[in-house]
Every structure is written in C-alpha cells, then in structure tokens.
Write a protein that binds this ligand. Structure first.
Ligand code: ZN
Ligand code: ZN
Length: 243
C-alpha cells in the first residue's frame, strides 16, 4: 500500500464518510445514502415540450401545457431535474443564502443524470448564468447560478460566459409580485455586454430554480435580441405544476 493509500484508509477509520443529509455512514463513494436520494422528489415524464413541467400521464410525449399555449415562452425549452421541495430546498438555500459551498458536491451528484441527457454540442453552444445585479453580487459575494453552470458544464468550462448577460437594473424580488407585475418589474432589466460572443449560438441559460419562468423568459428576450439562435433553460429544480 502506498503512503497516500495508508493515509486515506486511516482517515476513513477516524472520519467515516457519511451521508450529507442524514449523517449515517456511507459504504459507497457518494454524497447521499440510498434512502435520502430516494426522497428527493423528481420530475416525472411526460414533460411539456416547452417549459418542462410534468403533464398528466395520459398526455404522452410532445404535448405543450396550457400555460405555454396561452403564453408562448421565448426560450425553446426548459428542463429541470427535480421538484423544488425539501430536502432540495434546504440544499439550494444553504448555497444561496449561507454560502454553504459544501452543498456543491451533493448538487453535482444530483444533476449528473441531467448533465448526461443534455446533448450539448460542446464547441458551438454557449452557457450563460442568470445574472445578479452588481449591488446584489457585491452583498452576496458570488452568483449561485454561475456555480451551478460550472457544475452542469463541468467538462466544458470554457463555454461558460460569466459576464455576457448582465442585470443592469436592480429590481424588487420577484417573489413579492404576481403575473403582470413580475413581467413589468423585469422589463429592461437585462442587457448583453458583447453580442459577438453569442450571435448565431444556441445558449444554455442556467439558474437554480424555475418558478414562473418570467426571469428566464426576460433573459431569453435579451439573448435572442442580441442574436442567439435558441435558448435552452436549465435549472436544478422547478416548482411543481401539473397541467
Ligand atoms: Zn442519508
Ligand atoms: Zn409548458
């Protein structure tokens, strides 16, 4: 046994690996135990072809939900891995509001299957995180969407453009508003700093949670106006909505 192996074996005895959520010892090189992994609520197909919400099983593939039919989104497709419920809410809040970066390996493990389904054309596509306004970035110290983009595109970091989509207007939190007010609140909130970086490209837009879709729709408007050919929205979680 090499020195490093002895060290790892010794540390393993002193500090047995345990599940990030329930703290029970793990016998596999994962972050979560089987039962914790099992309770994280997943989105079940069939999905709305546009916004990615779960449809009633009878809908079959290729359908579009009522909300997307009534109000066509500007992005081509939105996809999420999980439903925004506990314990995922706690993980995402830990990252966003308490700068708990120990959640990142867990989130990386959770999004791995989604990462494999992406079908990214690694050379032609570009990746853009939903931006924070400069003042909020200064307060928080990091943009959680950029960290998640780095997890989603771990094999293609050079495609990530952290400063191309900007939030140029500091807006009220969307959670305090409804429908029309949400859209109005974000009008003119985003801008592209250098359109040549995304012109003619498919852009993956990354955020932590898809709620009503208003934010990613406004980001898509700005990206498409700057010459992107399509926008695919990618989030770790989305609010459950069954149509
Ligand atoms: Zn566990
Ligand atoms: Zn839809």
């Amino acid at each position: 046994m090499r020195g490093a192996d002895w060290l790892h074996a010794g540390l393993g005895l002193m500090f047995p690996r345990c599940c990030f959520l329930c703290r029970l010892p793990l016998d596999s090189p994962t972050q979560l135990c089987e039962s914790c992994l099992g309770v994280i609520p997943r989105l079940k197909p069939p999905f709305c072809r546009r916004c990615g919400c779960s449809l009633y099983p009878a809908a079959g593939d290729g359908h579009v939900c009522g909300a997307c039919l009534a109000n066509q989104p500007l992005y081509g497709r939105a996809r999420a891995g999980f439903i925004y419920e506990e314990p995922l809410t706690a993980l995402l809040h830990g990252l966003k509001y308490r700068a708990d970066f120990s959640t990142l390996p867990v989130l990386a493990e959770l999004i791995r299957p989604l990462q494999e389904q992406l079908g990214v054309n690694r050379e032609d596509d570009r990746v853009v995180p939903v931006p924070l306004h400069r003042s909020r970035l200064m307060n928080r110290g990091f943009n959680q969407s950029l960290l998640l983009a780095a997890l989603f595109f771990s094999g293609a970091q050079s495609l990530i453009l952290p400063q191309t989509l900007l939030r140029v207007r500091n807006t009220a939190p969307q959670t305090s508003l409804d429908g029309m007010a949400r859209r109005k609140n974000l009008t003119g909130a985003f801008a592209v700093s250098d359109a040549s970086l995304i012109r003619g490209r498919r852009v993956f837009l990354v955020d932590d949670v898809f709620t009503t879709g208003t934010t990613v729709n406004e980001c898509s408007r700005t990206l498409l106006a700057a010459g992107a050919i399509d926008v695919e929205v990618l989030t770790v979680a989305r609010v459950a909505r069954l149509e």
